[in-house]
Design a protein around this ligand. Sequence first.
Ligand SMILES: Cc1cc2nc3c(=O)[nH]c(=O)nc-3n(C[C@H](O)[C@H](O)[C@H](O)COP(=O)(O)OP(=O)(O)OC[C@H]3O[C@@H](n4cnc5c(N)ncnc54)[C@H](O)[C@@H]3O)c2cc1C
Length: 499
Amino acid sequence: MSETLDRGAASAPIQTHEIIIAGAGPTGLALAAELALARVDVAIVEPRAAQVVEGLRAGGLHARTIEILDQRGVAERFIAKGKRAQIAGFARVALDISDLPTRHNYGLVLGQEAFEQEMLAWVRELGVVVYRAVAVQDFVDRGDEVEVALSDGRRCAARYLVGCDGGRSFVRKRAGVDFVGTDPQTSFALAEVEFGREPRWGLGYGPFGVRAIGPMGEPRRARVVLTERYEGQPRALSLDELRALLIDAYGEDFGLVRASWLSRFTDATRQATTYRRGRVLLAGDAAHAHSPVGGKGLDTGVQDAVNLGWKLAAVVRGEVDSALLDSYEAERHPAAADVLRSTLAQVALDRDDPRCAAMREAMVELLRMDEPRRRYGAKMSGLDVRYELGGRHPLVGRRVPDLDLRANDQVFRVYTWLRDARGVLLELADAPTLNIAPWTGRIHHVRARYDGAWALPGVGSVEAPSAVLVRPDGHVAWVDDGAGEGLTDALVRWFGAAR
Ligand SMILES: Cc1cc2nc3c(=O)[nH]c(=O)nc-3n(C[C@H](O)[C@H](O)[C@H](O)COP(=O)(O)OP(=O)(O)OC[C@H]3O[C@@H](n4cnc5c(N)ncnc54)[C@H](O)[C@@H]3O)c2cc1C
């Protein structure tokens, strides 16, 4: 991190915000929404002049991301733009999650651009400032604030800077955070092209993995994905290289005319060694990058954002000590490491050499059984994430189920209480006794009844609790052991001292 900033625009006033986010991709937008909901002054700095996504990126959302949007009351906006489908898979086996205990027992086919545009509309409604067509060019952590230099010469200051600036993150590099992991073995060539002849549409596999040609709505316009062994290829893909790969894979180039977009990426799998350095934090692809096989990148970034947002807000509002931010890395680093592992496994299982094919057959046999299908369905759809928060009950650390509770002859859903991104104490006992008056304003206290079964995706039935403390990200922080013990500690740990 540089010690001084270029003072080129020294005469211009410094614009201050509580939080500055570098990058208006899925992660940056999700984080901005969380902070704005928590009434924090947040600005995003984004080099793209418009919310347009070039080429092929994420094609959908997994169930947990839809749940997260539902927690904030905006899921229907996204569902209306996409198409519900069973999209979870592993080892080329489609995993039907329709029997998992969640309202959203499906995925959503929704292109990344459509997702980002709806997120942008939402954060605008929430009053987030977006500085467009400028990048974070430099920053310095002054101990009590971070001063940020923008590429157009303007300067901003904030309590915290969050790098949501993608896999090649400038913020990560400038903060001196290492990005370590597994070097690439497979290279993916991607293109949007026009063919002279009808190509061979559809999905297939070659020695290094997937090959696919999909329609783009106009005759002979197609999206192409081809895999090759990684041998230090440059990132830029030429039309001639694409032609050679097509001939390798299909025996012909289908009269390839031109490409409107060409790109290459690899299965390099890397994770930031730390997610926080002083007043600078990392989230999304800036903190972890992997092959898109399995389609987990966008979801993992959104979950980072939802884990970090309420913690940053509580620190900025002075309710909790900044040490709470350490729990962000403690919880999200292992969660992303798990995603990286399962993605690496999928890349290996995608190859068509005899050893990988034999491994895949073994996996396919397993995944056709109900229990492994449910486990892996929960894993690939993000519904099984569990943070290590202590506590014996299986609910602790997992997302709270969106149950229909009953109070005063009315039925209401648990998630409706999470809309304003505050914590919730659900008291479900016949004779409620808990008192959290000193935390009023920070936590909703809901007294209700629930007589049905409690079940968790990938886990099954669990003992019904008499009270549950839910954090703003929807994860359970505490479950009553029958005597209300440990509640005060949990309240102080996550929401700050009694007032
Ligand atoms: C081919 C492909 C297919 C994929 N398919 C899937 C899929 O099916 N499902 C899935 O979940 N994921 C998929 N992914 C991954 C997914 O696209 C990423 O995980 C997701 O975009 C990460 O979001 P992000 O906001 O963290 O980063 P990004 O989307 O990379 O956003 C980073 C933002 O930061 C901005 N930025 C860059 N530098 C600066 C700077 N200096 N200052 C300020 N801003 C800056 C960029 O302009 C950009 O807007 C795919 C990726 C690829 C490449």
